[in-house]
Write a protein that binds this ligand. Structure first.
Ligand SMILES: CC(C)(COP(=O)(O)OP(=O)(O)OC[C@H]1O[C@@H](n2cnc3c(N)ncnc32)[C@H](O)[C@@H]1OP(=O)(O)O)[C@@H](O)C(=O)NCCC(=O)NCCS
Length: 204
C-alpha cells in the first residue's frame, strides 16, 4: 500500500466513524436515556386508558333490529292469528277481544283500512281503521310490537293511514290509558264533546 492510498483508507474509515456513532446514538436514545453516568432504558409511557363503553349498550339482536328496514303497507291482508299475535306483542291484547275468534275475524273483515309495518316477513305494527275515506276515519287499533316501539313506527302508521284519506277526513280515536300522552305529541287534540255508550247499555 502506498502512502497515498494508506491516507485515503484512513480518511474513509475515520470519516464514517462519526456518522456511525450518530446512528447508534439515535437508536439508543429512542429506547434509553442517561441518568448521571448510566444509560438506562426509558420508562414506557403509560398505556392509554381503555375507552369507556358507549352508554348505549347494544346486544346483537337489538343491532339487528335497528339495522332492519321497516316496510309500510296499506291493505295488505293479514291472518287472524297474525293479528292476535301482534296484539299480544304490543300489549294491546289486554284491551282487545283476542279470545273471541268471531270478533277478531269481524274486525279484520269489516275494518276497511289496514296499514301494516313489516320487518322482513314479520308483522311488527298495524293501524286498523273504519272509514268512509272522505269525512271521518275511526282509527280503532294502533299497535306496535314492543321490541320496535319508540322508533317511529306508530307515527308512520298514522301517516300512511292519513295518506289514504281524502284531504277533509278527520281521524278519530280513543286512546288507551298508556297512550294518553302519545297522541298529543303527534298533533291530536282532545275533544271535550266526544261520547260513547257501552254495548251492554241499550239506548234509553
Ligand atoms: C302507542 C304506540 C302505538 C306508539 O307506537 P311507537 O312506534 O312506539 O311510537 P313512535 O315511535 O311513533 O313515537 C312517536 C313519539 O311518541 C313518543 N311515545 C311513544 N310512545 C309513547 C307513549 N305511550 N306515551 C307518550 N309518548 C310516547 C315517542 O318517544 C316519540 O317521541 P319523539 O317524537 O320525541 O321521538 C305503541 O307504543 C304501542 O303499540 N303501545 C301499546 C298499544 C297501545 O297502547 N296502542 C294505542 C292504542 S289507542
Amino acid at each position: 500500500m502506498t502512502t497515498a492510498s494508506r491516507r485515503l483508507y484512513r480518511y474513509r474509515t475515520f470519516r464514517s466513524v462519526p456518522a456511525t456513532l450518530l446512528r447508534v446514538a439515535e437508536s439508543v436514545s429512542a429506547t434509553h436515556h442517561s441518568v448521571g453516568w448510566f444509560v438506562v432504558p426509558r420508562r414506557r409511557s403509560p398505556a392509554r386508558p381503555a375507552k369507556k363503553h358507549n352508554r348505549l349498550v347494544r346486544t346483537p339482536s337489538s343491532l339487528l333490529r335497528a339495522s332492519m328496514m321497516i316496510r309500510y303497507e296499506h291493505n295488505q291482508a293479514i291472518t287472524d292469528s297474525q293479528f292476535v299475535d301482534l296484539l299480544g306483542r304490543s300489549t294491546l291484547a289486554e284491551r282487545r277481544p283476542v279470545d273471541d275468534a268471531k270478533a277478531i275475524a269481524a274486525m279484520l273483515q269489516h275494518g276497511n283500512l289496514l296499514c301494516t309495518a313489516w320487518a322482513g316477513e314479520r308483522l311488527v305494527g298495524l293501524a286498523r281503521s273504519v272509514t268512509d275515506f272522505e269525512y271521518c276515519c275511526y282509527l280503532s287499533d294502533l299497535a306496535v310490537d314492543a321490541s320496535y316501539q319508540k322508533q317511529g313506527s306508530g307515527r308512520e302508521l298514522i301517516r300512511v293511514t292519513q295518506s289514504r284519506l281524502g284531504g277533509r277526513t278527520k281521524l278519530i280515536l280513543l286512546a288507551a290509558p298508556t297512550a294518553v300522552e302519545y297522541y298529543p305529541r303527534l298533533g291530536f287534540e282532545a275533544h271535550r264533546s266526544a261520547w260513547l255508550i257501552p254495548a251492554s247499555r241499550p239506548v234509553k
